[in-house]
Design a protein around this ligand. Structure first.
Ligand SMILES: Cc1cc2nc3c(=O)[nH]c(=O)nc-3n(C[C@H](O)[C@H](O)[C@H](O)COP(=O)(O)O)c2cc1C
Length: 448
């Protein structure tokens, strides 16, 4: 696609009640529908009617702290996306799955199956899992450290890629007269032997419509960026300022080009949580309304997860005790730790100001204002090398999404920045990504 008609990529990132940490308490959110598949099917259909690229689910194999005060339970995303696939026909379906707590053969099957049953709409958001408590659910004495997790992630993705490629595209023959179902010369063992995995293969199903489901990635530390530059085709990331997003964008595209990749084949998608009002004051009132629902006991737990610091018992209206933060190297989500430390250094907030700041979207960019202002911000980030699109994180659902689709999207369309109609059928089509050849293509013919 030429740069003159470059289009935004937009995903709807779904958290059951919405992204504000107190969304479930907001009068018009619907937490009681959080286990109702029709709620998600309806949301996905609305996003599809708005021509969004994809819906996106985060995940982690652990119960978050303080479920007493929050709605942060997890439903297994591939299971839910399979049911959503059946209720939609065009929108992409992105699920988060961890390379630390899955196993490649099973995970490859799950995503290939979703790609088949959705007609080529699957995307895998690759994470290594930041939540250290997850290890206790898998019998590990402790969470593997940050660098080990990324080393394992790289091998994991290599194995999954070989499995997805192990059937060449034309291996499926289905010739009833000749009695040939599949050409087994075009189905390859992968014989992978590495430090973390030994996988013989071949895969047990045909290559999926997209060849490979789209590789999405979230994790923005130095290790995360190198990993993303090598493997990712879309990146979910968090930035508080335009300059931080621009630096990230330039770094990833530069690293990718250095690896011989086409930088246009990596869509960088920061999170953005829009609080929309017909005036600035009305939008600010909406944000304040949510923050009145915040429960500090929960927010302090979130802050502890991000910074390692437990501030229970401190005066919430006192200055943030910056000197108590241990900067020696976090083992969780290193990029989020740095993002929070940067806010503290830049804005010198009280504890309460910081927890309200993070309550909106856990450190993702919160945009508060009129539809025009929010559309302007999106356009600026898109046109100044900060983003190729966004993961839209409505403060609450479904109203927060309806406001974005009804009031901001028309402005983006009028400016020629977002599609009126889908041009293709697969998630690769929506993201304008090529369909990869199998690494084995031609092997059978060459050796025949
Ligand atoms: C924007 C963003 C979103 C993330 N989403 C998830 C998620 O849904 N589930 C999860 O286990 N980890 C998530 N992570 C963290 C990843 O697991 C990551 O692989 C790892 O914890 C290290 O992150 P880092 O490279 O930013 O330090 C996310 C990280 C970022 C930056």
């Amino acid at each position: 696609m030429s740069s003159s008609n470059r289009q935004l990529s937009l995903n709807l990132f779904i958290y059951p009640g919405g992204h504000h940490e107190a969304a479930w308490r907001y009068p018009s959110s619907a937490p009681e529908r959080a286990f109702d598949i029709t709620y998600y099917q309806e949301l996905a259909r609305r996003a599809e009617a708005a021509k969004f690229d994809a819906i996106f689910f985060a995940d982690g194999p652990v119960l978050a702290d303080n479920i007493r005060y929050s709605s942060r339970f997890r439903l297994e995303p591939l299971t839910w996306l399979s049911a959503i696939a059946a209720a939609t026909s065009r929108i992409g379906l992105i699920a988060t799955s961890s390379t630390t707590y899955y196993e490649p053969y099973n995970l490859a099957r799950l995503f290939a199956s979703l790609d088949h049953l959705s007609g080529g709409r699957a995307g895998w958001n690759i994470v290594t899992t930041g939540a250290a408590q997850a290890s206790a659910n898998f019998g590990y004495p402790e969470q593997p450290n940050h660098a080990e997790r990324y080393a394992k992630a790289a091998e994991f993705v290599d194995v999954v890629t070989k499995l997805w490629d192990s059937w060449e595209d034309d291996a499926l023959v289905i010739d009833k007269d000749a009695g040939i179902f599949a050409d087994d010369e075009k189905i390859h063992a992968i014989d992978h032997v590495g430090p973390h995995f030994r996988v013989k293969g071949p895969f047990n199903t045909a290559r999926s419509p997209q060849g490979r489901p789209v590789y999405v990635q979230a994790g923005s530390s130095d290790d995360g960026r190198s990993f993303a530059a090598r493997y990712a085709e879309a990146i979910f990331t968090a930035h508080q300022t335009l300059i931080s997003a621009q630096r990230f964008y330039a770094d990833i595209k530069h690293q990718a080009a250095g690896l011989g990749r086409n930088p246009d084949h990596i869509k960088i998608l920061p999170g953005i949580s829009p609080y929309i009002g017909s005036t600035e004051a009305e939008a600010q009132r909406l944000f304040d309304e949510f923050n009145h629902l915040v429960q500090p006991a929960y927010s302090l737990g979130q802050l502890r997860n991000m910074t390692g610091l437990d501030l229970t018992g401190h005066d919430l209206d006192g200055p943030f005790p910056r000197h108590l933060i241990d900067t020696s190297g976090p083992n969780g989500v290193a990029s989020r730790f740095q993002l929070v430390v940067d806010i503290i250094d830049r804005e010198k907030p009280t504890i309460r100001q910081l927890i309200n700041r993070l309550a909106g979207a856990r450190g993702h960019y919160v945009s508060i204002g009129t539809p025009e202002k929010i559309a302007d911000e999106i356009q600026t980030w898109f046109e100044t090398g900060a983003a190729d699109g966004f993961n839209i994180m409505p403060p609450w659902l479904t109203g927060g999404f309806d406001a974005f689709a009804g009031e901001v999207l028309p402005l983006l369309r009028k400016r020629g920045l977002f599609r009126e109609e889908y041009a293709g059928r697969t998630l690769r089509d929506h993201f304008d990504l090529p369909r990869p050849d199998s690494i084995f293509s031609g092997v059978a013919r060459a050796s025949a």
